[in-house]
Ligand binder design. Sequence first.
Ligand SMILES: Nc1ncnc2c1ncn2[C@@H]1O[C@H](COP(=O)(O)OP(=O)(O)OP(=O)(O)O)[C@@H](O)[C@H]1O
Ligand SMILES: [Mg+2]
Length: 460
Amino acid sequence: MSQRHLLKSSTFRLALVYMGLFGSSVLFLLGFIYWSTAAYMAHQADETIQAEIAGLAERYRSDGLTGLSSVLAQRSTSRVGGNALYLLTDEFGTPLVGNLDRWPPVTPEPNGWLNFSLEHAGPRDEIHPARAQPFVLEGGYRLLVGLDMQGLQQTERRIITALIWGLAITLLLALAGGTLMSRSMVRRIETINQTSSRIMHGDLSRRIPTEDSDDDFDRLAANLNRMLDRIQALMEDVRRVSDNIAHDLKTPLTRLRNSLELLGASQEDPEERQQLVEGALREADGLLATFNALLRIARIESGARREGFRPVDLAGLVRDVFELYQPLAEEKGQRLALDVRVNAQIQGDRSLLSQALANLLDNAVKYTPAGGEIGLGLRSEDQAPVIVVSDSGPGIPEPERGKVFTRFYRLETSRSTPGNGLGLSLVAAVAELHRVHIAFDDNRPGLVVRLLFSPNINNL
Ligand SMILES: Nc1ncnc2c1ncn2[C@@H]1O[C@H](COP(=O)(O)OP(=O)(O)OP(=O)(O)O)[C@@H](O)[C@H]1O
Ligand SMILES: [Mg+2]
């Protein structure tokens, strides 16, 4: 799988969009944490300073200047907390006591607070930010209490660094996750692509491999494979039909050709010529009939005739076909029995249904020997109408039952009887059009064909 494929894949792009969204929300969240922590720390510092001032003012009130000075002197030297700043000046601003050497030369904020820089006389001459609040004591003394904010600022910086790292790691993880996820998706889509391109190049037996995970890709692959199976079966059908057409039409065409050849060669005898012409016409008619049957089946299979469906009285239809076939059965010395037990109406195409039924009876009469029994009936099973055609002939062996619906398919034993092997193909097409299920059973001896209509389209 190439990098280009990965970068262009929709999953990767989606992963990038998610990374963006995720990154922004993490940024927002971390920003909020930073903002509230920093605000809290600043607030804490201010409160500490204010509490300190209140305490010192109290001390001044109770112990006077000497008391305050001694506390300040003590605190300035011991540097409790390490970062407290004190300065007490007289009314002219002259420093009296404290750890600041002078009053900071800055303009106070509107709320009175002073923000200033503190020069530390240390080994590195650092400059620290500081914040302090002035307070005027009785007697004009001015007190300044503040905090060296360096520690606080460092903590804030550390928080910012931690947040940046957190964001970077989040984005990195999202990118890695997105890439991994898209890789697996792209790989599976690529498999489908490769299989379909092989199929397009003519290898219709190829199938998309599945991973036994039953996820949506596996289901898609399974559906595509089923579709390919169906297409392959249909293509094989088409190939077999064209093979069969070529094969089955060769004999009559050869006979036609021979007749015409003989006709060309014979000169005198008009009776012989007449016979040859009649023979040729018979062959041509047979060929036309076969083509018509094929075209008819194809038209029925296209399903277009479903729009012309009308209510059909099945009992009437069965009786009509019975009347049509009774003389034929009698002629062959067979007994044809009618058994109509219900009245049923369905939506359908009457002429197609009677053609299909006629084909079934035609088979029964054709394949049942003289003296045999043929039955035609209409009854109801599970609230649905069923047409039954039974005979006492040779029957169709179980393994052949699925094949007899294919065009031109005939049992070996029937090759001597006339026929094209198209009769049951038409029955199957008509049944499919009417959503009728065809069931073959053994009549011991003989064949029973049942046409099972669906229960919801009938009126029993
Ligand atoms: N009632 C039956 N008893 C025994 N075999 C049957 C019966 N019906 C059909 N078959 C077998 O199924 C094959 C296919 O039947 P189908 O009706 O499609 O073709 P056909 O009867 O041979 O020719 P056509 O109907 O086109 O004249 C037949 O050739 C025959 O071998
Ligand atoms: Mg037939």
